[in-house]
Design a protein around this ligand. Structure first.
Ligand code: WQD
Length: 332
């Protein structure tokens, strides 16, 4: 009677493992370490004091998926595994479609074979493209501007079609806004392989002196200070949203989408000032033209997750910066 966490060694995966274990859930985890490390899995065990089966495996390996499902009684799946760098996806679309789409099909085919029909999918606010207004609601039009986002939208459609074909399935599509922060222990956090794309890991590299200055992509947006506005959500809040979604799929046979955001937008400069206050480090800033594909502002209407999943984010930007900084100084 376990929950399978695909890509469970990653940033959101490890934090979700911690929340599930702390809630008394049995879990099984696999990861191919494309953007994660075994040490993160060991730290999940250290934080919770609990052990669980872990497989180094790739969702494209049908035999490996067969092995996991034949050796464990899997009742639900939380599906994180996938390539997720927007810029890289533009350069390598075939790799992104093959890995994310084919991998998901192999996973769901294996689930069906073993009678496992409950899945929580790691989707993204990127499926909203450039929203017509704010805050964003789940019934807004969906469109994408890069292959990474398109894989998320396509997988949402695949899962909806699976539900239409067999109403015994229960599917939660979780649309993350901008996950950031780290577990307060400082043992797990955002630790991408290679050069990070996202704002917080790059801010941390400047605050720790690994990068000279913070590059701010555009300060001419129609926002309060001209820099991009996003709905940053603490990764622990996000992880608890998955626990709420697992409970929902257990008690329903439906397919539905939920925004996991705070409902509040913060600018790039807000994050810079908050991390400066927390770290005591003053950051040099270089303003450049806007980054291709970026939108001015994006933040959620999180009402649906609150009313249907009984979940809402509780942690603010200062806590996100405190925990991200704590993780960074423990992992320099
Ligand atoms: C945030 C803001 C940048 C870096 C992406 C994906 C999304 C999800 C989260 C996976 C923007 C600005 C950033 C820097 C900057 N990923 N910025 N200098 O683009 O909102 O969302 O990551 O699910 O799907 O699209 O996040 O952190 O890259 O950017 O000024 O060095 O920070 O312009 O305004 P984004 P981000």
């Amino acid at each position: 009677m376990a929950v399978l966490i695909t890509g469970g060694a990653g940033f959101i995966g490890t934090h979700t493992c911690v929340e599930l274990l702390n809630a008394g859930e049995e879990i099984v985890v696999f990861d191919n370490f494309a953007n994660s490390k075994m040490s993160a899995v060991e730290n999940v065990k250290k934080i919770t004091g609990k052990d669980f089966p872990f497989y180094e495996a790739d969702m494209l390996d049908r035999d490996a998926m067969e092995k996991i499902f034949s050796e464990n009684k899997i009742d639900e799946v939380i599906h994180f595994a996938g390539l997720k760098a927007v810029g890289e996806s533009v350069e390598k679309p075939m790799e992104y479609y093959h890995n994310n789409i084919t991998g998901t099909l192999i996973l769901t085919e294996t689930m069906r074979k073993y009678g496992c029909k409950k899945i929580v999918f790691s989707s993204s606010a990127t499926v909203y493209g450039s929203p017509k207004s704010l805050p964003i609601m789940e019934d807004f039009p969906l469109s994408t501007t890069n292959p990474y986002g398109s894989t998320k939208l396509m997988i949402e459609q695949i899962l909806r079609d699976i539900y239409v074909s067999d109403k015994e399935w229960s599917i939660a599509l979780l649309r993350y806004f901008n996950p950031t922060g780290a577990h307060e222990s400082g043992l797990i956090g955002e630790d991408p392989n290679g050069i990070p794309n996202n704002l917080m890991p790059r801010l941390i590299k400047v605050a720790t002196g690994q990068m000279e200055a913070m590059t701010v992509y555009g300060n001419d947006y129609p926002t309060k200070d001209g820099t991009g506005v996003r709905d940053y959500i603490h990764v622990v809040d996000l992880a608890q949203g998955h626990l709420a979604a697992i409970n929902w799929v257990r008690n329903h046979t439906e397919c539905d989408a939920f925004n996991l955001g705070t409902g509040t937008g913060y600018s790039v400069l807000d994050l810079i000032h908050s991390l400066e206050a927390v770290s005591g480090k003053k950051m040099a800033i270089t303003y450049t033209p806007r980054r291709a594909g970026d939108i001015a502002a994006c933040y959620a209407d999180p009402t649906k997750a609150k009313t249907i999943l009984g979940w809402e984010a509780k942690l603010g930007v200062e806590k996100m910066c405190e925990d991200a900084w704590n993780y960074a100084i423990k992992h320099q």
